[in-house]
Design a protein around this ligand. Sequence first.
Ligand SMILES: Nc1nc2c(ncn2[C@@H]2O[C@H](COP(=O)(O)OP(=O)(O)OP(=O)(O)O)[C@@H](O)[C@H]2O)c(=O)[nH]1
Ligand SMILES: [K+]
Ligand SMILES: [Mg+2]
Length: 399
Amino acid sequence: MGIIEKIKEIEAEMARTQKNKATEYHLGQLKAKIAKLRTQLLEPPKGSSGGGEGFEVTKFGHGRVALIGFPSVGKSTLLTMLTGTHSESASYEFTTLTCIPGIIHYNDTKIQLLDLPGIIEGASEGKGRGRQVIAVAKSSDIVLMVLDASKSEGHRQILTRELEAVGLRLNKRPPQIYFKKKKTGGISFNSTLPLTHVDEKLCYQILHEYKIHNAEILFREDATVDDLIDVIEGNRKYMKCIYVYNKIDVVGIDDVDRLARQPNSVVISCNLKLNLDRLLSRMWDEMGLVRVYTKPQGQQPDFSDPVVLSADRGGCSVEDFCNHIHRSLVKDVKYVLVWGISARHYPQHCGLSHVLRDEDVVQIVKKKEKEEGGRGRFKSHSNAPARISDREKKAPLKT
Ligand SMILES: Nc1nc2c(ncn2[C@@H]2O[C@H](COP(=O)(O)OP(=O)(O)OP(=O)(O)O)[C@@H](O)[C@H]2O)c(=O)[nH]1
Ligand SMILES: [K+]
Ligand SMILES: [Mg+2]
């Protein structure tokens, strides 16, 4: 029996099983069995790179956004509108058969937008090009789930389930469960608050299913069995997703209003060019990019060409900023001057650990350079502190 058949069989057993206190443990165990099988399913088939023809697109720009949706919801039309790159659109399903990249120029940054083939129910099990499409979604920073405003609202749940089946978690933060495998000592089970979904016995049973007999586990929130399985599996990807309801030109105002009020949703019409600005600004906000402008000493900052950082990817500290410019820069930095939201006063002298915010301006003062406006009072030393204090300015360092 193949993996998919096994999953189907367990799902059928779960559907047959009544949910109550007596079956709780059994159901938990079945969930763990399915999670294990799904992980097996994700392992690329032998001899393949896992990508698939036409899907390997090189990353470009400051972030990557994937368009995911059922066929003919308007993904390609949207890519063409937002990027100017033409992607074939037509009224028949599966017009797009590969991954088509385009670039959005927004707020002085470049964002790679990927058009993808439509996916259908069963995509996570390999229907259509589902597996490749979802792999691309996983490689992106956020997902735009494109939905047809005139079609069933169930589509959103079906797609969410398909993405969840391959380990994507949309608009969720990782469960607050500390979990560490040990070599000996048995299972230590603790929680910082009363648990209503999981008890010690259920936790043991799930761990047993994974053949884990020594581990430390601490619940910091009232998590569910699914959360526990996610933490044990450890391969989940937590991503932001914006639900984009397209074609609002063909539905009534009441429906538009209702869809627009759903969490994380934006309603648009590609045909009437409605609300595309709103979509872009939402997308920008969710990406959490931080633009930092470099100010050379004695000159105005270059406001057209920011260094782009991200808290989720790589971090936003002064050190991350320096590494972005050049790997070897950090060791030459004495301190930096910062103007912007992250600064308490202008300019603030900051060290490498200072966390920058969007639109900050930074001037790097190197160990051998003089401070702007000031006179170099003492020669720099390789062991000089990264941050210069007032005391040190008055009293030169001893050698
Ligand atoms: N009424 C209306 N139709 C639209 C809108 N946007 C796109 N369409 C139409 O929807 C159809 C499908 O558009 P595509 O862009 O090909 O959709 P897709 O999601 O890329 O489709 P696949 O590549 O087949 O998955 C086309 O006939 C478009 O003209 C819109 O805002 N309103
Ligand atoms: K189409
Ligand atoms: Mg298309």
